[in-house]
Design a binder for this molecule. Structure first.
Ligand SMILES: CC(C)(COP(=O)(O)OP(=O)(O)OC[C@H]1O[C@@H](n2cnc3c(N)ncnc32)[C@H](O)[C@@H]1OP(=O)(O)O)[C@@H](O)C(=O)NCCC(=O)NCCS
Length: 176
């Protein structure tokens, strides 16, 4: 159980912070082929993920890392882009958020899954501006338990990458 300032933090179920946002794809957000810009999708992913992270932790959060993003299907001009986010797992001060992106054709109603992403957020204390513990996550359904279990391996990979990057930063610094 995570603790903050000696107090035990009460857990929250995944459903309490699950979030959804949507917007119509307008010309300013598309490329010459009328496809939604990848950079705009990444921006929306960050916002949708932050929403779930803030709602779960009831705190300010910062993005620590975003895992690789694949664009499986394009989202076209005039379609609706829909983002669904949820907390997959809480560690100590950080949490992994899963985001799924869909496109919806307004004429046919057809929905396509376009992108999945995993974003790590760190909860930040509003006074000290330092990382602070996040309340535990209560996983109930089989799907939530699966996401929770799978998040462990992803965290390990991220932290290995972080350690490698820190090591090479230190090597570059020592050569200067
Ligand atoms: C992310 C950040 C808060 C980490 O701070 P830090 O002083 O290095 O603190 P720690 O090493 O204690 O890490 C805090 C948590 O972040 C996690 N973390 C840090 N870097 C990470 C990364 N690259 N990937 C995944 N998790 C990471 C740590 O594992 C730790 O999690 P835990 O407490 O659940 O185990 C700090 O690096 C930062 O502020 N970065 C800039 C964030 C930013 O500007 N984002 C974009 C705008 S929101």
């Amino acid at each position: 159980m995570n603790k903050a300032a000696g107090m035990e933090l009460k857990g929250k179920p995944v459903s309490a912070s699950r979030s959804e946002m949507s917007e119509v794809v307008l010309p300013a957000q598309t490329n010459a082929l009328g496809k939604l810009l990848g950079g705009h999708v990444m921006h929306l992913v960050d916002i949708a993920a932050a929403m779930a992270a803030c709602r779960h932790s009831n705190s300010y959060v910062v993005t620590a890392s975003v895992d690789s993003i694949d664009f499986r299907n394009a989202v076209n001009l005039g379609e609706i882009v829909i983002l669904k986010s949820q907390v997959n797992r809480v560690f100590t001060t950080s949490m992994e958020i899963g985001v799924e992106v869909f496109s919806e054709n307004v004429l046919t109603g057809e929905r396509k899954h376009t992108t999945s992403a995993f974003v790590t957020f760190v909860s930040i204390d509003e006074k000290t501006r330092q990382p602070k513990p996040v309340r535990p996550l209560i996983v109930k359904t089989a799907e939530e338990k699966k996401r929770f279990a799978e998040a462990a391996a992803r965290r390990e990979a991220r932290l290995e990458l972080r350690a490698r990057n820190q090591k090479s930063d230190a090597e570059i610094k020592s050569k200067k």
